[in-house]
Write a protein that binds this ligand. Structure first.
Ligand code: CP3
Length: 367
């Protein structure tokens, strides 16, 4: 282990989050939220109103690090999750992509035909690393701010880096934008398996380098987001999706830093055992499958992460408290548990509800 990496230099290896991911059950369950940084926070909206579009904000180190810190300071969560987006590495290699508010990533040119795919995969994925200095600098500024915040809190605070899995990226790229059932990507996988293979393995290298960039610059954990993997039939998932997801972890493994890794998707009840099989430390489960049921569906003794239905953020406090108790109780079936929502924080969430939720999770004990 490199002594300058925060796992050692800031002792994030002994943080609640990293210990739990590595399999040590913590007295107080660690908690963070997917999309904890973002439009649910007035301080985020104020900062973003100062100008620039979403992807430019991601590549502005001062802005990205400050946004990453906002939910850590406000909610008292156990980790920061790097403010960026899954399509940032595609912008870095030169694709014309923007995030359209209220919709999501939109590409100027969809990549569908064998010819378009051949042109795309001719782009060198090493460009992500070569042009990623703003990402690395944002990570360095964030870990320095986390070290200061750790002093105040009296415990180490890790940064979670992330990347989109190839299927989820392909779901946007093939359609040219968001779609309901990702029919474009799912059709291509059957219509032209060779082109699909080339596309997803190129994406694995591109997105894998994005994750490695964050880990090398100081992230103490990493999450592979395959948000839309649940759209694929299980046999197709195993054959045509999982191999490129496993490949996406190659660049981060090659660093030899041994950071814990999490694999997450939505609607993945039928493929949890497959998702667990690619050498990760933790499996992120959405809200449709209780954690004890998820545990029974996988052969490996991994840490489980999840999985309060985000809809409960809008329920009366007593109803939410009962649901949180159920999630934490089901989480006892795993070797260790990291509390999260079953998907991202909705934009109209009352931030105070999240702050209170962190306290409830930390105070809970198995009885
Ligand atoms: O979780 C975090 O707080 C870290 C930052 C983060 C963002 N996007 C910030 C963001 C992470 C981890 C992501 C990942 C991401 N991006 C995923 C996988 C996770 C998931 O939610 O399933 C996906 C599918 C995307 C693509 C994407 N980017 C979508 C669908 C959207 C929403 C578009 C909208 O306006 O509703 C984005 C934009 C985005 N990414 C925002 C944020 C804070 C909102 C941007 C804004 O301020 O307008």
């Amino acid at each position: 282990m490199r002594s300058t990496h925060p796992l050692v230099a800031h002792d994030t290896a002994s943080s609640r989050l990293v210990r739990a991911l590595r399999g040590e059950r913590q007295e107080a369950t660690p908690v963070w939220f997917m999309r904890q940084a973002g439009r649910s926070l007035p301080e985020y909206r104020a900062l973003r109103a100062t100008g620039g579009d979403m992807l430019d904000a991601c590549l502005d180190p001062a802005m990205a690090s400050e946004i990453t810190m906002q939910p850590v300071r406000r909610h008292g969560v156990d980790a920061a999750v790097f403010f960026s987006d899954i399509v940032v590495p595609l912008k870095l290699v030169g694709l014309d992509v923007e995030i359209v508010a209220g919709r999501g990533p939109v590409f100027a040119e969809p990549v569908r035909t064998a010819e378009q795919i051949a042109r795309l995969v001719a782009i060198d994925p090493a460009l992500v690393t070569e042009r990623g200095e703003a990402v690395a600098e944002a990570v360095r500024q964030t870990t320095a701010m986390l070290a200061e915040e750790s002093e105040r809190r009296g415990e180490p605070l890790p940064l979670i880096g992330f990347a989109g899995a190839p299927f989820t990226l392909a779901a946007y790229l093939v359609e040219g934008g968001p779609s309901k059932d990702h029919l474009g990507a799912r059709s291509l996988l059957h219509a032209d398996p060779a082109a699909w293979h080339d596309l997803t393995h190129w994406l694995a290298e591109v997105t894998g380098r994005f994750l490695a960039l964050q880990v090398e610059a100081g992230a103490s954990a990493g999450q592979l987001f395959d948000s839309w993997a649940g759209a694929v039939a299980p046999a197709d998932y195993r054959r045509a999706v999982l191999p490129s997801s496993a490949a996406a972890l190659g660049p981060v493994r090659a660093l030899g830093l041994d950071v814990p890794l999490i694999h997450f998707g939505v609607g993945t009840g039928e493929i949890l055992a497959d998702m667990a099989s690619i050498g990760v430390d933790a499996l992120g489960v959405d809200y449709r499958v209780p954690l004890d049921v998820a545990r029974a569906r996988i052969d490996l003794d991994l840490t489980l992460q999840g999985n309060l239905d985000p809809a409960l953020l809008f329920a009366p406090a007593d109803v939410r408290a009962a649901a949180v108790h159920d999630v934490l109780t089901a989480g006892l079936a795993a070797r260790a548990h990291v509390f999260n929502l079953g998907h991202g924080v909705p934009m109209d969430t009352d931030p105070q509800v999240l702050t209170d939720l962190v306290r409830t999770v930390h105070d809970w004990r198995a009885s």
